[in-house]
Design a protein around this ligand. Structure first.
Ligand code: FMN
Length: 196
């Protein structure tokens, strides 16, 4: 039975937010809530039943090795003249700011163009983000260099053709739930509704 009305769903969609890790409480999140997010992700539309989304979840102490990995990836990926030890330390420490870090992977089915698989993974992540919002959680998709570096992908255990598309970090906001902003959708649509 469908228990969510269209106005309720639209309201949740507009309510969903991504908060920077510095605005989150580090407090743990029940594993069951992450499972609900991943179940939503698994219902995403996809071409030819490829179901290309892959996830690896890091919580509690497993984040230590993840932070070391981000730091090493930063060292490996940053241009020599731009290296900043403080930035490296930030990569090591950031994992403690959000209680759960979910690596986002795309495993192509091989029968359809890669962009379709990436689009399907995007849809999967969005489903997870909506469920997060319904639970009062923020889920931020980050894709900067250290979190997508091949060294990080190896740590997660994903070899080509599987691609690491970043991490979604999840946590409860430490600040009032922010209001989002979008341009008017009407400005982004051309209608062809009937004959000219
Ligand atoms: C695929 C993808 C990758 C992203 N990577 C980053 C990122 O590396 N850094 C960043 O500041 N925002 C990134 N964003 C944007 C944020 O995740 C977030 O969606 C954006 O700040 C809008 O906020 P909202 O989700 O609350 O509307 C990314 C978004 C997507 C969809």
């Amino acid at each position: 039975m469908l228990t969510c009305s269209t106005p309720e769903l639209l309201s949740l969609i507009a309510h969903r937010r991504s908060l920077k890790q510095s605005l989150l409480k580090p407090d743990p999140i029940p594993r069951e809530q992450i499972e609900q997010m991943l179940e939503a992700a698994n219902w995403a539309p996809n071409h030819g039943a490829s179901e290309p989304w892959r996830f690896a979840v890091y919580a509690e102490d497993s984040r230590k090795a993840l932070g070391e990995t981000f730091a090493r990836s930063y060292r490996l990926g940053v241009a020599k003249e731009k290296y900043n030890p403080q930035a490296e330390e930030e990569q090591r420490k950031r994992v403690w700011l959000a209680p759960v870090w979910i690596a986002i992977g795309m495993q192509p089915g091989g029968r359809h163009p890669e962009w379709e698989e990436v689009a399907a993974v995007g849809a999967a992540v969005y489903g997870a983000q909506l469920v997060a919002a319904s639970l009062g959680l923020s889920a931020f998709w980050a894709s900067g260099m250290p979190v997508t570096h091949p060294n990080t992908a190896r740590f997660v255990g994903w070899e080509p053709p599987t691609k690491l598309l970043g991490f979604v970090y999840v946590g409860r906001p430490a600040v009032p739930w922010p209001k989002g902003a979008r341009g008017d959708w009407r400005q982004k649509v051309v209608w062809h509704w009937g004959n000219p």
